[in-house]
Design a protein around this ligand. Structure first.
Ligand code: NAD
Length: 388
């Protein structure tokens, strides 16, 4: 029996995340970070043997390391200690079929981005989510950072005045050479339209940048003009994106995303400028948020659970006191913790507001990719971002 006030452990199964995969192990670590969620099942690979091996590695009971996600959903449905939700960490083209199957079998879904392979799929998934009555969350990782949440609060409170300009840049260099031709696994599926979807760099990291901009400013991008390029010869999808944006308020913005920016690692930076000042956040130093005033003075907010100047939402996203850096795993863990809270609230017949990105943000991400591809094909014409 649980002590009064002790929260029950939320259980999940993972699809993907087998040996050699990138983000699956991060999900597992983040999910279990606060001791509120446990990985108890999985279909970790499309190969039954590899799935079993991964299950052993993760400490999952052998009878719950399944040969396929269909087998997992069917078997878990019949258990008293069934999984509550499914984490999807496979290549993009599988996000829709796995999410659909999970929802149909009564499981909540926490999927990695992009929501689906294209906009039509994202809209179909949104319908399915609404119809299912189950929860659907999306791990747009950067929304989990405490200071990104503080930046959102600052914009919502109007501290910057009316927002006049937004610049978001996400630069990586790991695809500066055609490493997909060497069989590098993460590059191979990301540059294959059948597995990645209609966007290359735009769908892989452009959606993060786009979501970060909308999350922090609280505004929607209504129109854009894009130039997408496949800079590396022979590459089938875009690897570089230069996009002009117009926000709902009419304010202009710029989104730059590249995976051929030689030497760049994971350079995500957001700058927002309003009538009274600006703010800047960079993934290189995620525990700092820089505020700039009209007179050129700058002020740096440091992230921590006891940082006196931060709002409650941001402070709650930190676990450590000032001077103890937190990062990627903690940001992921915040999304998991928030999702677990939603699951528990659902158990209690309650709904609650949450910062976990939903299928609506998933549709918006795919609307961004769709618009960017359309615009680029039309010689960078201005097009509507249709997230309806
Ligand atoms: P990866 O290639 O490293 O791993 C994919 C995993 O999926 C592998 O273990 C593979 O065996 C498994 N898989 C493939 N088909 C399967 C099937 N039918 N059943 C079960 N498992 C199957 O890919 P990755 O880099 O980890 O990316 C996975 C997803 O996570 C992608 O959608 C990507 O966009 C997203 N991602 C998100 C972030 C983030 O910051 N949120 C970072 C990296 C990747």
């Amino acid at each position: 029996m649980r002590s009064p006030g002790l929260q029950r452990c939320v259980r999940f199964g993972m699809v993907g995340g087998g040996a050699g995969s990138f983000i699956g192990p991060v999900h597992r670590t983040a999910a279990e970070f606060d001791g509120q969620i446990r990985l108890v099942a999985g279909a970790f690979s499309s190969d039954a043997g590899r799935s079993r091996e991964a299950g052993a590695h993760y400490g999952v009971s052998p009878d719950r390391a399944y040969a396929s996600y269909a087998e997992m959903f069917a078997a878990e449905r019949g258990r008293d200690d069934a999984i509550d939700f499914v984490a999807i960490v496979t290549p993009n083209h599988l996000h829709l079929p796995i999410a659909r199957a999970a929802l149909d079998q009564g499981f909540h879904v926490l999927s990695d981005k992009p929501a689906t392979a294209d906009l039509a799929e994202a809209r179909a998934l949104r319908d399915r989510v609404r119809h299912s009555g189950r929860l659907y969350g999306l791990t747009y990782t950067y929304t989990g950072y405490g200071l990104v949440r503080e930046a959102r609060t600052i914009c919502a409170r109007g501290d910057l005045g009316k927002i006049r300009k937004v610049v978001v840049e996400y630069s990586q260099g790991w695809l500066a050479e055609r490493i997909e031709a060497t069989g590098q696994r993460q590059a191979a599926w990301r540059s294959d339209p059948a597995q990645a979807g209609i966007g290359g760099c735009s769908g892989d990291i452009g959606v993060h940048a786009f979501n970060l901009l909308e999350f922090v400013t609280g505004q929607r991008v209504t129109e854009l003009a894009a130039q997408l390029s496949s800079v590396v010869p022979g590459r089938l999808l875009d690897d570089d994106c230069n996009v002009l944006l117009r926000l709902g308020s009419g304010a202009p913005g710029v989104l730059v995303a590249s995976q051929v920016a030689a030497g760049e690692r994971n350079g995500l930076t957001l700058r927002v400028y309003g009538e009274r000042g600006g703010l800047s956040w960079s993934h290189d130093e995620p525990n700092r948020l820089t505020l700039s005033a009209l007179d050129g003075d700058t002020r740096i907010l440091h992230g921590a659970r006891n940082a006196p100047v931060l709002g409650d939402v941001a402070r709650a996203a930190f676990r450590l006191p000032l001077g103890h850096p937190e990062g990627y795993v903690e940001a992921f863990a915040n999304i998991y913790r928030d999702f677990a809270a939603l699951v528990r609230a659902g158990d209690a017949g309650q709904s609650q507001r949450s910062l976990v990105p939903s299928i609506d943000e998933g549709v918006r991400g795919m609307a961004f990719v769709d618009a960017a591809v359309r615009s680029s094909r039309a010689r960078s014409a201005w097009v509507t971002v249709d997230g309806s």
